[in-house]
Ligand binder design. Structure first.
Ligand code: ZN
Ligand code: ZN
Ligand code: ZN
Length: 557
């Protein structure tokens, strides 16, 4: 009998503990499902192409996918990322080194003090310092307090030059300015030029270095832990050296989210083919080209036409100017020119000039890539065997020689002769040396401008190619900085260098993703959104299709 109370005594607390434990677990369960559901919020690239920055909540952990800059007015409808949001983030993952995918690392790390890890592939890590420096130099980070030397400004003004504006007291140049001579200006970085300044390169370098301290490279095809409950895995997509798709997996729920980053077109001779799809519950896909389709094999064949045309123009004694993006486009142009010379399509002795400091840094990185065994999985067999182009196949114009071209119109006029090919930036001729070359030679009937990338309709390049794109005529004149220029130079455009997959390539890939329940469409212009939703609903009738709005919280299944 005595055993009974003892037994009861033993049973009761066990039962109570069980009850309490059940209660705690059910409370915890309801907490995690109500306050931290799986979700997506876009801080960029929703209903626009630029500014990719997606915040994912998976199994209670917050992850940022890409942290890119906006182009033009794209960013105006998005919420600013705040300190609290950044503090909650466990990791930032970068898909590739384009500025519209990495530029806001400067904001997150340098301006807002994000201290967590930034993951990317090895080649992306190699390309990032040059690209971050450009993002720092040309990005808009709101109003900031710059300082400059009053004495330098007085000297520069008399010779019509701009003056260096610094942000950091420990800048090797800025630190030499005496307190008496030091003056301040409050403005945003893009306004500096109009006010007679330029952002100091050493200060930009410092910002890039700050970000790089937190960058950690990870290999392809090997899941790695990025937070308490989430792992990530990189799948190769042939968009840029080192570009990847990112597969996130919640280790508690088992849910998978695949972020495509920018999907490669397969046109680059430097890169291998797309990795096969994997299973995922949600895909966040880019859709730069909307619903338009094209024949990739035909585009590959167009590269031969490009080389033959260049050869003809050189032989006809034309001055050829190719505005090209510094990362990847310039290198692919150099590759095709070198191929053209090898195949006898372009005269062997044609002088090739490449203008720019950043592009030369990137050319050297590409040459190093071709000698790297560590990075061989990211490149095509042809690239590893033959390299992109010989380093002595072009003349690099950098440093003070380059600066002189900006300051001295006479030097600029002599910089590209008839029968020579010049590669310069920006790719849309809306700033830098490309713009100066347009102003200088757009009225010369023996000059040819060849555009080799997408041209925003609001840029100089966009205005110049509009007639070609619409099958009408090139306008007879163009207004730049309030001055009208007669258009007498020839304007050509080639689409065979595109780095983005078209509609069919992307949807074919998505058909291979098992278990897919939701597709989020991002990285596309506003006018593409409705046609894309219709086309995707037709392609994937049983899948939830969403094109998130700026800042809209999307609960994920
Ligand atoms: Zn890209
Ligand atoms: Zn400085
Ligand atoms: Zn992009």
């Amino acid at each position: 009998m005595q055993e009974k109370p003892i037994k009861r005594f033993k049973v009761k607390p066990t039962f109570q503990i069980l009850l309490i434990t059940l209660l705690i677990f059910s409370l915890l369960g309801s907490c995690s499902s109500s306050s931290t559901p799986e979700s997506y919020v876009g801080y960029g690239a929703d209903h626009c192409v630029s500014g990719s920055l997606h915040i994912i909540t998976l199994d209670g952990d917050k992850i940022i996918l890409d942290a890119g800059s906006f182009y033009g007015e794209d960013g105006k409808s998005f919420p600013q990322i705040d300190q609290k949001t950044l503090t909650d983030v466990s990791a930032i993952i970068i898909s590739h080194a384009h500025i519209d995918h990495i530029g806001r690392l400067i904001t997150s790390v340098v301006k807002m003090g994000y201290k967590g890890p930034i993951y990317c592939t090895g080649p992306t890590k190699e390309l990032m310092p040059t690209m971050l420096k450009m993002a720092s130099k040309y990005g808009d980070f709101g109003k900031e307090t710059f300082f400059f030397s009053k004495r330098s400004q007085d000297e520069n003004r008399s010779s019509g030059k701009n003056t260096a504006a610094h942000l950091y007291a420990d800048c090797p140049y800025g630190s030499q300015i005496s307190p008496k001579n030091k003056k301040y200006i409050i403005c945003s970085s893009p306004d500096l030029e109009d006010l007679g300044y330029y952002f100091c390169s050493a200060c930009a370098q410092k910002e890039a270095n700050e970000v790089m301290k937190q960058v950690i490279q990870q290999p392809l095809h090997l899941p790695f832990q990025i937070s308490k409950n989430v792992t990530a895995e990189f799948l190769l997509t042939p968009h840029l050296p080192g570009s990847v798709m990112v597969l996130l997996k919640g280790e508690v729920s088992g849910h998978k989210i695949l972020y495509t980053g920018d999907v490669g077109s397969g046109l680059s001779p430097f890169l291998p083919s797309q990795d096969p799809p994997q299973s995922a519950d949600v895909v966040i896909t880019e859709a730069t080209y909307g619903t338009s389709t094209c024949d990739i094999e035909e585009l590959k064949a167009q590269r031969e036409n490009f080389r033959i045309k260049l050869g003809e123009l050189v032989q006809n004694g034309k001055r050829i100017i190719i505005p090209a993006f510094v990362l990847d486009r310039s290198q692919q142009i150099l590759y095709e020119i070198n191929q053209g010379k090898l195949k006898g399509e372009i005269p062997q002795d044609t002088p090739i000039k490449v203008f720019g400091n950043s592009v030369e840094e990137l050319n050297e990185i590409y040459l190093d890539f071709s000698n790297s065994t560590e990075y061989s999985p990211y490149f095509s067999a042809g690239f590893l065997e033959n390299g992109p182009f010989p380093h002595d196949s072009y003349l690099s114009i950098t440093g003070t020689t380059l600066s002189k071209l900006f300051d001295d119109p006479e030097e600029r006029r002599r910089s590209i002769s008839y029968g020579e090919i010049g590669i310069c930036s920006s790719g849309m001729a809306d700033n830098s040396l490309s713009l100066e070359f347009v102003k200088q030679w757009i009225s010369d009937p023996d000059t040819v401008f060849i555009f080799v990338g997408y041209q925003d309709p609001e840029t100089i390049g966009g205005e110049l190619v509009e007639g070609l794109e619409k099958g009408t005529h090139t306008p007879s004149s163009i207004i730049i900085d309030g001055n009208s220029y007669q258009i007498k130079a020839d304007i050509l455009k080639y689409n065979c260098f595109s780095g983005h997959a078209e509609f069919n390539q992307i949807t074919n890939f998505l058909h291979g993703v098992d278990g897919l329940k939701t597709i989020l469409i991002v990285h596309t212009d506003q006018e593409n959104v409705d046609p894309l939703i219709q086309a995707y609903k037709k392609e994937f009738p049983s899948i939830n299709i969403v094109a998130p709005q700026a800042g809209q919280l999307i609960a994920l299944p």
